[in-house]
Design a protein around this ligand. Sequence first.
Ligand code: ADP
Ligand code: MG
Length: 142
Amino acid sequence: PVEPVIMRGPVVKGFGRGSKMLGIPTANLDVVPLKSQVDSLAPGIYLGFASIRGETHEMVMSIGWNPYFDNSKKTIEPWLLHEFPDDFYDEELAVVVSGYIRPEADFTTLEALVERIHRDAEVARTMLKNTPFKETRELLVA
Ligand code: ADP
Ligand code: MG
């Protein structure tokens, strides 16, 4: 577990690296207003909950260095483990980062990366149903 970190903001455009085409869309948050929260988190894969449109969902999230900015800027990319009928750009998203899964890793193939992310999602689903992670859902209730 990590000390839960809460971040809120409108969903922004990412860099279209094709996450959605891989079946793994990530709802990016702007890191600039969230600098202090982001700085407290090492790059890696995390689990937690995300609220959008008045509902809270399990999520798995990558915090990473963005190659687009010469790795000088981090990205916050939660994948909400829920099927949405449409996109939600510009809508208000709140996330609570509740636990750490693993560091960032290099994968030799896209297939290996996608497979690993699906395993991360399974880990997240399982852990989030148990203490102390499941209780962090309440932190998002305004
Ligand atoms: P971008 O590079 O703009 O972030 P993505 O391919 O990562 O594009 O797709 C992200 C967008 O997909 C989100 O901003 C959101 O509007 C939409 N989306 C739909 N379903 C989900 C989901 N389950 N988790 C995250 N984002 C989703
Ligand atoms: Mg994205």
